[in-house]
Structures are given as structure tokens and as C-alpha cells.
Design a protein around this ligand. Structure first.
Ligand SMILES: Nc1nc2c(ncn2[C@@H]2O[C@H](COP(=O)(O)OP(=O)(O)OP(=O)(O)O)[C@@H](O)[C@H]2O)c(=O)[nH]1
Ligand SMILES: [Mg+2]
Length: 404
């Protein structure tokens, strides 16, 4: 009999915690993001469970009572997958699987799965596979307990069942092989990058879904895939752009996220080389997202990890068309005015002073302020170019004199 594949959305429950580092508000925001990740992976969130606790339970992440509640809900509502908003230790994952008897995923696993679904080129696939193997290795024990459930769906695009069924040695060999493969591609990529000559290189970086590819498309007239899901882009696209006679290269690459699995940062090393070797970074931010300042911090942290924190950077605040401050009533004494109530102008002033005027405010979608954006990029690129080729600076006029 041919097994019929269920194509409807997988029914999912999310589990998160509230503690000193993440209050109720933060925890909600994190679970919103986890829900968006789940949706991107093809799941539908039926319910969220949250527990207040200072430290996650080392055995089961949440406490026993809460776990009973989750179990009851899972059994009563035909839930296929429970996703935890943090990385579970191998032991936690095993214990929880035993109790809940359904598929258990953590944030890392979910992100890896989305990457696996979305990897288009063999290069991206190889990198994702390496990250999956690294994640899998310490968790091989216990994989047997629910093998019969591993029939595809979220979190199951692993390196293949044959590998899961065999022992660690084979996974280790596979890791070595994938690393070898990546090394060969790395060399080819380095040669390619070398062939691009001395053109100034600009890289778009930023949190996932902020509009990097959309911006890339409007300024380079290319057609990079962009959509309202997370991690639409996994590979790097490089385009030559000319502003006022001055040619330079611009690259669009994978977006970042809070707690990006370290396995991914490591295995995406060569994709991220594009950022590492850039002369100028355009750090794109979605100003319409209530958590955008934390997104900036997450991105800066990853930039630091890939030794790119100190590069010349322009902050590009995108989606100004969608920015809406929360309503503030000055006569309501119970509500304190916070940054959530800031007008766009207040944000502009704040970030202009924070970055010594290294900030731009645009809408890539509505093409607002793009001339200002082009001029600003021209100016920065010209400066780098002139430093590199002092003898032909006369070729490129001052920004006031260029035609856009
Ligand atoms: N309202 C509004 N939406 C925008 C703007 N720019 C991009 N978007 C939307 O934001 C979503 C994400 O855009 P992408 O360009 O795919 O974002 P990205 O940063 O490349 O995302 P990843 O590749 O997934 O990391 C899409 O639905 C875009 O249409 C903007 O200026 N305003
Ligand atoms: Mg993109």
C-alpha cells in the first residue's frame, strides 16, 4: 500500500518560560518569533504554554505539573509536535519525548529544519547538512525511541534515516566528508571572489525578514527571491551596481536571528565570507518590528562572532511605511511613555545621534528615500574607492553632482 502523505499543516504546541532575563512581555515576543518560525516550517500553532521559573528544569525543561498539562493537551488535541523555545540538552529531549510521546523539537532544530527546506543550491545544502550532523551527533542515543514517528514533516529533513539508524562513527565520517566538500567549494568561491577584481564590496546584512532582498532588488534591478517568511535567502547573490558612474559590488545574503545556532554560523562560514570580506556593511533593520532594537543587538553579536563588527557600517532603517507607534494618551497617568510610543522623527533623532548620522530611513517596498540612500552609498563607496585608487578620483564627481 502506498502511504498517503498528509499535506495539511502540522499541529504544533509551543513551550516557553518566563524568568529574570525574559519577562512576560519578552517571553511573548520570543514565542511570536517561534510561531513565525513554525509557520515558515509548515506548522500551525494550536496553543502556547508558558511557565514562570528561574532556571529550566535540567531533566524536562519545564516542571512536572506543567508537563502534565502539556501532555493532557497533546493527547486531547491530536498534537503532532511540541516545540521548545530554547536549545534542549540531549537528555532533556530524550526525557520529554518519553513523556509526551510525540515529536519534540527545540528552537535550534526548527531553524535547522527551515534551512534544510530552503537550501536551494548544492552548496547551501552541504552547509546545512553539516550543521545538522553536528547537531545530531551528541543526540544519536535515544533516536530509536520514536523512530516509527519519523515519517517526514517538520524537523525530519535530517541527513537521512540510514544515518540516524547507524552509529556515531558514521556521522563523524560524514562530517569529515562534508567538511572536505565545503573546503573544495570554498576554494572555488575564493577564486571567484578574487576574479571580481578590485571593485568596492558592499554587503547587506541584518535580521531575517527585514527586507534585504527587496532592497537588493530595487537597487540592482535583480530578482532575488523575497517573501514574508523567515530565511527566504540562504545563498549569497552578488550584483554589480553603478551609481553616478561608479561601479561597485553589492551582496545579499542569509539573514540572522536571535540565538542563531552556532552549528549554522560555523558551517555557513563561506557564505558569510562575503560579509567578512566586504568593505562596507549596510545593516538593514525593520523599524516596524516592535523588537527591532534587540534585533540590532543580535545582528551585532553575530557580526562580532564573524570578525566584522568594526567595518564601516550604515544603519538602514527599512519599512518606514509600516511603522506605527503605540497610541499614547498623556492624560492616562497609569501608562508611562516608552520607546513604543516614539514617533518616526523621534527614532530618527535617536539613531542619528547614536550613529553619528550613519543612519538612513527608507521603504524599499514603496521606494521612499531611495535617492538619499543611493547618494549616501555612493559617497561611502567613493571614499573607499578613492583611497584604493588615489590616481583616478577625478573620475567620480562629488555626490552633489551625480545623476541618479
Ligand atoms: N511594509 C514593507 N514591507 C517590506 C519592505 N521591504 C520589504 N518588505 C517585506 O518584508 C518581507 C521580507 O522581505 P525580504 O526582502 O524577503 O527580507 P530579507 O531580509 O531578504 O529576509 P530573509 O532573506 O528571509 O532573511 C517581504 O514580504 C517584503 O515584501 C518595506 O519597505 N515596507
Ligand atoms: Mg532575503
Amino acid at each position: 500500500m502506498i502511504e498517503k502523505k498528509d499535506i495539511s499543516l502540522e499541529r504544533v504546541v509551543l513551550v516557553g518560560i518566563i524568568n529574570k532575563q525574559q519577562d512576560e512581555e519578552k517571553s511573548k515576543e520570543y514565542l511570536d518569533e517561534l510561531e513565525f518560525l513554525t509557520y515558515t516550517a509548515g506548522g500551525e500553532v494550536i496553543k502556547r504554554f508558558v511557565q514562570k521559573m528561574d532556571m529550566p528544569n535540567p531533566k524536562t525543561f519545564i516542571g512536572t505539573g506543567k508537563m502534565d498539562e502539556v501532555k493532557q493537551f497533546v493527547d486531547d488535541n491530536d498534537i503532532g509536535t511540541v516545540i521548545f523555545d530554547d536549545e534542549l540538552s540531549p537528555a532533556q529531549e530524550r526525557n520529554i519525548s518519553k513523556i509526551l510521546n510525540c515529536k519534540i523539537l527545540d528552537r535550534t532544530n526548527l531553524i535547522l529544519d527551515i534551512f534544510a527546506q530552503r537550501a536551494q543550491t548544492s552548496y547551501a545544502r552541504t552547509q546545512v547538512e553539516l550543521a545538522q550532523c553536528e547537531y545530531l551527533l551528541p543526540r544519536l542515543k535515544g533516536m530509536w525511541t520514536h523512530l516509527e514517528r519519523q515519517k517526514g514533516g517538520i524537523g525530519m529533513r535530517g541527513p537521512g534515516e540510514t544515518e540516524i539508524e547507524t552509529d556515531r562513527r558514521i556521522v563523524r565520517d560524514k562530517i569529515a566528508l562534508l567538511k572536505e566538500k565545503i573546503k573544495i567549494i570554498d576554494k572555488q568561491m575564493a577564486v571567484q571572489r578574487g576574479n571580481r577584481g578590485q571593485l568596492v564590496r558592499v554587503a547587506l546584512v541584518g535580521y531575517t525578514n527585514v527586507g534585504k532582498s527587496t532592497l537588493m532588488n530595487v537597487i540592482s534591478k535583480s530578482e532575488v527571491f523575497a517573501e514574508n517568511k523567515l530565511f527566504a535567502t540562504l545563498d549569497t547573490t552578488v550584483r554589480k551596481v553603478v551609481i553616478g558612474n561608479l561601479p561597485f559590488l553589492i551582496s545579499d545574503t542569509v539573514g540572522f536571528i536571535r540565538k542563531l545556532p552556532t552549528q549554522l554560523i560555523e558551517s555557513f562560514k563561506s557564505t558569510l565570507d562575503e560579509v567578512r570580506e566586504a568593505d562596507l556593511l549596510l545593516h538593514v533593520v525593520d523599524i516596524s518590528h516592535s523588537n527591532f532594537e534587540e534585533h540590532i543587538e543580535s545582528v551585532n553579536k553575530i557580526l562580532d562572532e564573524i570578525q566584522s563588527k568594526d567595518k564601516p557600517t550604515i544603519m538602514v532603517f527599512n519599512k518606514i511605511d509600516a511603522y506605527k507607534p503605540e497610541y499614547y494618551n498623556p492624560t492616562d497617568l497609569d501608562i508611562e511613555r516608552t520607546t513604543l510610543h516614539y514617533s518616526l522623527d523621534e527614532w530618527k533623532r535617536t539613531w542619528m545621534s547614536k550613529t553619528q548620522n550613519n543612519a538612513l530611513f527608507i521603504s524599499a517596498l514603496n521606494k521612499e528615500n531611495l535617492d538619499e540612500f543611493r547618494k549616501r552609498v555612493y559617497k561611502e563607496v567613493r571614499e573607499i574607492h578613492v583611497q584604493r585608487f588615489p590616481y583616478n578620483n577625478f573620475l567620480y564627481p562629488d555626490v552633489e553632482d551625480i545623476e541618479l
